[in-house]
Design a protein around this ligand. Structure first.
Ligand code: ADP
Length: 184
């Protein structure tokens, strides 16, 4: 087998934002991606809705489908990290086993797990996508926090209190974490 003779690229880093639906993943990922791009940092943004529309189309929301969705997302993130990109990933990532799985694929040294902490009541009140209401009406099954579990993390590299802090405050904390982990 012919092996690649390409010179190695500098390693990137994956920032993996996780938490309940409505916790603020999309909001903060968008702010972070915009800030990094303004500074000229090459970024790959990955999120559940985009992946489920293509690479992960057809996977369900039962545990096996969620695990496979996250496994594929982590494999893509790893390829991007190996190519020197900063990855901003936003996925609910509900179980500790999922967090271990992605850590195993990407590698702990190239991954920062960022927990977006907001109580279920507040997320239901925000209900940005109307999913909680639909789940309460029986129109959506396996809704994380209601009919599907979300395990509080036992560890995270950063916890953002999105219930009590503004998005701008959380972005500043995220950018400090990026500087810390990547020097950018
Ligand atoms: P998710 O992607 O996790 O489902 P969204 O980003 O779509 O969540 O929605 C989060 C909602 O909470 C938005 O309406 C956002 O404006 C609001 N919000 C209030 N404070 C924060 C914060 N500190 N960080 C992120 N979102 C916040």
């Amino acid at each position: 087998m012919k092996t690649s003779s390409l010179p190695p690229s500098p390693r990137g880093h994956a920032f993996w934002l996780f938490g309940l639906s409505g916790a603020g993943k999309t909001t903060l990922a968008d702010l972070l991606v915009a800030a990094l791009r303004r500074d000229g940092t090459p970024v790959l943004a990955l999120d559940g809705d985009t992946l489920r529309a293509g690479l992960c189309a057809g996977l369900g929301f039962a545990e096996a489908g969620r695990t496979e969705n996250l496994r594929r997302a982590a494999e893509v993130a790893r390829l991007a990290v190996d190519s020197g990109l900063v990855v901003v990933a936003s996925f609910i990532t509900p179980l500790e086993a999922h967090r271990r799985l992605i850590t195993g694929i990407i590698g702990a040294e190239a991954l920062s797990l960022i927990f977006l902490q907001a109580p279920l009541d507040l997320c239901q009140h925000r209900d940005v996508k109307g999913l909680y209401r639909q789940a309460r009406n029986g129109q959506v099954g396996q809704m994380t926090g209601l009919t599907s579990p979300f395990e509080a993390p036992t560890r995270a590299d950063l916890v953002l209190d999105t219930a009590n802090r503004t998005p701008e405050h959380c972005l500043a904390e995220l950018l400090a974490c990026v500087r810390d982990r990547t020097g950018r």
